[in-house]
Write a protein that binds this ligand. Structure first.
Ligand code: HEM
Ligand SMILES: N[C@@H](CC(=O)c1ccccc1NC=O)C(=O)O
Length: 362
């Protein structure tokens, strides 16, 4: 690294002229300065800055996974960067509380000046959703419409182009699906696994039947739920069935990727799997934090607006509440817990397999 030739001045380096000159209160333009509009602008700007940092990290991870081959040595850096994303998201979720120090009435003193702008037009937020793997078809109807009608042509074209590129979800799916360890030679892992899961489901059914606090009707309802779980389990061992359930929207990951992720999670202590496990955990946390943000934002909106419609034309709180569940991406990693077996019921990996998963000792 070279030494700098010119002396550096703090404010110049950080571009503070621009940054601190970018809080223009619209209420002042209309001759009625609203004290809290400063907070409103600064909170949004802080969000956009952190979105920029998150996208910077995501972009590098996407680049790594876009290569033909991901080297094992690249995974620590990927996990490190995603952990940073998670740390930023925690801050973003807590930042809602700062916005909530503004009362609904104080908001009303400048809200009308903002029409028709709204968070629909946060391009970086949409970039984040799209880069993670939220497809247009998965968005609820109003969200699809707002995409078309609330954005200017340039932004819409830009986001549409981004939608055509591989998302982190798709790249991770492909990466998991090509994991070499799914071929375990002579070891019939999935047969062992299937037997163990059948025992577990039979035991669950017995527990439900023996529960004398439940009425007959409740027992049959719980047994019907268990049948659904059984159906999902059976799909793990039958790729046609899996595809059927995938088309129904019960799974998003490909069959092979699901099996690989499940294998990694079951045997995460094996040194070779540990980073992959951390990677899956990061993606799960990122999805969870996005969902928590959506939920907290929706709650804040109810508190600020009740059931008023939004400046962007949506139903406000109702719309946002629906996107909270609908816009999740890595739900398979959450639902995977259904398929986890207690350690004691897991088939022991044969030494020939385990030796491949260990760091070599000399
Ligand atoms: C007083 C505070 C806030 C209120 C009352 C509010 C209200 C709303 C409403 C009603 C919508 C739906 C669009 C519409 O019809 O207008 C929306 C969307 C959105 N807001 Fe906010 N918001 C607030 C603060 C924030 C903050 C601080 C951010 C941070 C960037 C933000 C980001 C977004 C985003 C990204 C959307 C689009 C969400 C989606 O379509 O899934 N909002 N907001
Ligand atoms: N949609 C909000 C207004 C609002 O929050 C907003 C307006 C302009 C720029 C950013 C905003 N923040 C997030 O939606 C409302 O209906 O009051």
């Amino acid at each position: 690294m070279q030494k700098n030739k010119e002396p550096v001045y703090y404010g110049d380096y950080l571009g503070l002229d621009k940054l601190l000159g970018a809080q223009s209160l619209h209420s002042s333009r209309y001759g009625e300065p609203a004290h809290d509009e400063m907070l409103f602008i600064i909170v949004h700007q802080a969000y956009e800055l952190w979105f920029k940092q998150i996208l910077h990290e995501m972009h590098s991870v996407i680049e790594t996974f876009s290569a033909e081959k991901v080297e094992d040595q690249q995974l620590p850096q990927v996990v490190h960067r995603l952990k940073r994303v998670v740390a930023i998201q925690k801050l973003l979720n807590d930042q809602i509380a700062i916005m909530e120090t503004m009362t609904p009435q104080d908001f009303l003193s400048f809200r009308d000046y903002l029409v028709p702008a709204s968070g629909f037009q946060s391009i970086q937020f949409k970039m984040l959703e799209i880069s993670l793997g939220l497809k247009r078809a998965f968005r609820i109807d109003f969200d699809q419409q707002s995409f078309l009608t609330r954005l200017n042509d340039e932004d819409r074209a830009f986001l549409t182009r981004l939608e055509g590129k591989p998302s982190l979800f798709e790249l991770v799916d492909k990466w998991l699906a090509r994991m070499p360890f799914l071929d375990l030679g002579e070891f019939k892992f999935w047969q062992h696994y299937r037997n163990a899961t059948e025992d577990m489901l039979l035991a669950d059914a017995e527990t439900i039947k023996a529960n004398d606090t439940l009425s007959e009707e409740q027992i049959s309802r719980e047994l019907a739920e268990l049948d659904k779980v059984r159906e999902h389990f059976s799909a793990l061992f039958d790729s046609d069935k899996y595809t059927q359930l995938q088309e129904r929207g019960d799974f998003r990951l490909s069959h092979q990727a699901m099996l690989a992720a499940l294998f990694i999670e079951q045997y995460r202590e094996e040194p070779m799997f540990n980073l992959a496990h951390q990677f899956i955990t990061c993606l799960t946390e990122i999805d969870e934090n996005m969902t928590i943000w959506r939920f907290r934002h929706a709650m804040m909106v109810q508190r600020m607006l009740g059931s008023k419609i939004g400046t962007g034309g949506s139903s406000g709180h109702e719309y946002l509440k629906r996107t909270t569940e609908a816009n999740r991406v890595f739900t398979d990693f959450f639902n995977m817990a259904t398929f986890l077996l207690p350690k004691g019921s897991l088939p022991q990996l044969p030494d020939s397999v385990r030796s491949k998963l260990r760091f070599q000792c000399v």
